[in-house]
Write a protein that binds this ligand. Structure first.
Ligand code: ZN
Length: 291
């Protein structure tokens, strides 16, 4: 079981505050009952909890909080993964930010007769995290279209060719107001237009999982080791040298928050990663023979 320490949060008693560790981890505010009020994470649990107590705009939340529980982690990535996981499984009333987005949309570039055409794709079958050629993650088709429109404005792209408006023989509306450079009427080479489209989208690229199978992302703190098992950007569990396995629900599908937590440390190579070979990890069990 997880090392799951609990301490009473008594606002008037500074001695109790001293029971909170000055280390990385997740904390849970609870009221009189068992339901969590708020879950947060910090690299310094004690000072973060004290900051909540001082924050004027959080007075209402803190007035309902009687106790704080905490779970220490060996590093910051572990704290972020655990925070995101607990918020989604426990649904605290004051955490709105990390609520599960059920339907994600993305922009996919499709090749049609030698030209690139963006298409807004959605649903479970996207292969999010496994396939290349996806740009941006959006909570709705509408927000994906807004992003395309914004990029079209910034990069002088043709909204007709992007599928955002109907094209007539005289070209798109942008041609009249000179935001389109004329790819829709052959005034600009389609290749040049598509090159700008690619450049506009590159920062939004959704990275495919760069390993052939599962990995352990290892965090270590003064001899205390935690290994977070991951595959296709899904969080499968944590093995901890102090408490063995942290009990978590294995993520069955792509999750935006988990992706955002992991994409930088993994793509920039700043995290310590141990590859586990090409074996696919079953979703029912997080245990794997290491060969
Ligand atoms: Zn145009």
């Amino acid at each position: 079981m997880a090392r799951f320490q609990q301490t009473e949060l008594t606002l008037a008693n500074p001695v109790d505050m001293g029971a909170l560790p000055r280390s990385s981890g997740v904390y849970i505010f609870k009221g009189d009952g068992q339901l969590p009020i708020y879950i947060g994470k910090s690299v310094d649990i004690r000072s973060r909890v004290q900051a909540h107590l001082r924050a004027k705009d959080e007075a209402e939340m803190m007035a309902q909080s009687r106790r704080v529980e905490f779970i220490e982690t060996a590093g910051e990535i572990g704290a972020l993964l655990l925070e995101s996981h607990l918020i989604k499984t426990l649904n605290p009333i004051y955490n709105i930010r990390l609520r599960r987005l059920r339907k994600l949309c993305s922009i996919q570039l499709l090749e049609q007769e030698g030209a690139w055409v963006p298409e807004i794709v959605t649903g479970q079958d996207l292969g999010l995290g496994r396939v290349d050629g996806l740009y941006g993650l959006f909570s709705s088709r509408h927000s994906a279209q807004s992003k395309l429109r914004e990029l079209a404005d910034q990069h002088n792209l043709c909204q007709g060719l992007l599928g955002l408006e109907k094209l007539s023989a005289r070209g798109c509306f942008g041609l009249q107001v000179r935001t389109c450079l004329g790819a829709c009427v052959g005034k600009e080479a389609r290749h040049d237009h598509d090159q700008r489209l690619m450049n506009a989208l590159i920062d939004l690229k959704v990275h495919a999982w760069p390993f052939s199978g599962a990995i352990d992302l290892v965090e270590e703190n003064q001899g205390w080791v935690q290994r977070h098992r991951l595959q296709d950007w899904r969080y499968l569990g944590t093995w901890c040298s102090k408490s063995n396995q942290l009990p978590i629900d294995v993520q069955q599908s792509f999750d935006l928050d988990t992706y955002k937590i992991l994409v930088k440390p993994i793509m920039l190579g700043t995290a310590l990663v141990k590859q586990l070979g090409s074996k696919t990890i079953g979703v029912r069990s997080t245990l794997i023979s290491n060969q």
